[in-house]
Design a protein around this ligand. Sequence first.
Ligand code: PAP
Length: 335
Amino acid sequence: MDDKTASKNISSEGDKLMEELIQTLPQEKDWVGSTLYQYQGFWYPFFAPKAVIAFQNHFKAHETDIFLITMPKSGTTWLKALIFSIANRKQFSLTQSPLLTTNPHELVPFIDINIYLKNRTPDLENGKFPSPRIFATHTPYGTLPSSILKSNCRIVYLCRNPLDQFISDWHFFVNNFPRNGDFKPFSIEEGFERFCKGTHAFGPFWEHVLGYWKMSLEHPEKVLFLKYEDLKKDIASNLKKVADFLSYPFSEEEIRQGVVEEISKLCSFETLKTLEVNMTGVRPVGLKNSAFFRNGKVGDWVNFISPLMADRMKQLCEEKLGDSGLRFDLLGTED
Ligand code: PAP
């Protein structure tokens, strides 16, 4: 047997064992009736656990790696565009940016649910991922591979107020994914109940954000903690903060030339949403690129969630976030 066949056999045997292990995990339903599995305290979409476990077991971090970490629907696409632009600005002028013709998810892959999902032992050293390697993930802090925690690589964590995150996630699933069999998608009210209990993709919300929040307080040189609402309020100073944190600071000259404003504009919701590639392109799994650009507003939840539900969320936030120092402004809007 040649090496290739042997390693294929080992990996399919490993996959079989992993599949068996996954079937023993607690199960729940997502908004459209697909299975969620609970692994190490968090709920994963049916396709994710094997990818996350392979990532956790095998990934070797480089000191220069950059990790973009989010709960889904917290502004991942935006963060990918911003950090890709910061790190590659010497290589591509902004008028020639790959972002003009390529969806941000293509330029910055999810390390687990894109790369390790396709291949449990991918070759990440073959030059396909030049330094700095920029990867995204929704994996919670406690499940990250130990090599990420031990190395000096950087993590930028972006979160969003839970009401907007939930509403964005609910729309994304219900509008873009086929329901499982004749399953009737959960209504917003039912979905909200489940969100409050933490049974949603990559939930519970609070444990996810608190994991990275605490780490950002303990190791500010390693984890930069950002909020979607703050980026919306003041993108320029947040962009500078991210660039400094990643050791790609903007020079005086760049600031004078307006590079910060140009990157902000290129990566804005309005620009990205209206690019041909994002209006008409389709992701390899069949999902439309346009699904990642719904309305991009702060406070959109108010159109879907009753004041009573919002009150409940406010109380839940107080209870869960306790004296951690982390707060979400649930009443904030963009204007
Ligand atoms: P992901 O985690 O599944 O990759 P993500 O990009 O976080 O998805 O979620 C999409 C949300 O970010 C959408 O929010 P909405 O449903 O409330 O509209 C999308 O509109 C918003 N979004 C995408 N790009 C941008 C951007 N450039 N600026 C601000 N918001 C954006």
